[in-house]
Write a protein that binds this ligand. Structure first.
Ligand code: SAM
Length: 269
């Protein structure tokens, strides 16, 4: 993992991951389901925000969900138990030191993890190794350069840029969505198809405005306030103006757009 995981593991961030997953279920998961009996590795499950959806949508598949953070794995297990799931096994593990034999899984699922790794192509290589021949890999990533909004605001764009910079210094890449296709092809995956998934929020879609504009995206940028000020890349007033302007896009005449990228590839039989 990157030296400093830019979002941290505190309660507010865990809640943000849940809000994000809840709001984006249809957009990101509608076309993902795994056949009965198939073995699926979810790498970097975090607090289980995607796990619950994945396992509910494929009740007869068997999931192994891992994360490098023991606390997150424990929370993911609690979320899975609370949802009454019996088809998920949780384990603390590092993607770069997986305790599984090669070709152990029919499918691999990775969501919002590559953006935090300094060697995302190595991670894809490791995960491809876990796949049986003919198996599939699904990768979902965002790209913070895809955020645009009305009213436009340079202060808001500068606040977003703070997160992009901090993530880059921590070894990650907040603009990785646009690179998903070449990364998956370079990892040797076959039949790679990447589909952009655009979030569009205006006040005719209040669930999206609240769940995405406020509680997912703006909350994520707000979460790096102290680190950005400490790093000297912004001042409190400039940053807070950016956050106010992001909240402004959630008002009745505001609009917010963002694009996620979902890639699916297969391992040659
Ligand atoms: C932004 S969270 C995403 C969690 C979850 N996939 C979701 O979509 O809500 C990124 C997760 O990747 C995990 N992670 C980062 N590097 C990892 C590694 N080398 N091995 C396993 N997990 C890792 C972090 O601990 C964190 O829980």
């Amino acid at each position: 993992m990157s030296e400093a995981y830019v979002h941290g593991y505190h309660a507010r961030e865990n809640q943000r991951l849940k809000d994000q997953a809840g709001t984006l279920v249809e957009l990101l998961h509608a076309d993902t389901s795994y056949p009965p009996g198939s073995l699926v590795l979810e790498a970097g499950c975090g607090v289980g925000s995607q796990t619950v959806t994945l396992a509910q949508r494929s009740p007869a598949a068997q999931f192994t969900s891992i994360d490098v953070s023991a606390d997150s794995v424990a929370q993911a297990k609690r979320a899975s138990d609370a949802a009454g799931l019996t088809n998920v096994r949780f384990q603390r593990a590092d993607i770069f030191a997986l305790p599984f034999a090669p070709e152990s899984f029919d499918h691999v699922f990775v969501c919002f993890v590559l953006e935090h790794l300094s060697h995302p192509s190595d991670a894809l290589g490791v995960l491809k190794n876990m796949l049986k021949p003919g198996g599939s890999m699904t990768v979902i990533e965002g790209d913070h350069g895809s955020a645009y909004f009305h009213p436009d605001s340079s202060a808001a764009r500068n606040a977003i840029q703070c997160l992009i910079e901090l993530q880059r210094w921590a070894g990650g890449n907040a603009l990785i969505g646009r690179q998903l296709y070449p990364l998956m092809v370079d990892a040797g995956l076959d039949t790679v198809r990447v589909s952009p998934r655009m979030v569009y929020a205006d006040s005719s879609r209040p669930g999206m405005v609240d769940g995405f504009t406020r509680k997912t995206f703006t909350a994520m940028i707000e979460g790096v306030r102290e680190s950005a000020i400490e790093a000297g890349i912004t001042g409190p007033e400039d940053f807070d103006r950016g956050i106010r302007d992001l909240h402004r896009t959630a008002e009745a005449d505001g609009v917010f757009c963002y694009t996620f990228f979902k890639g699916v590839g297969t391992k040659r039989p």
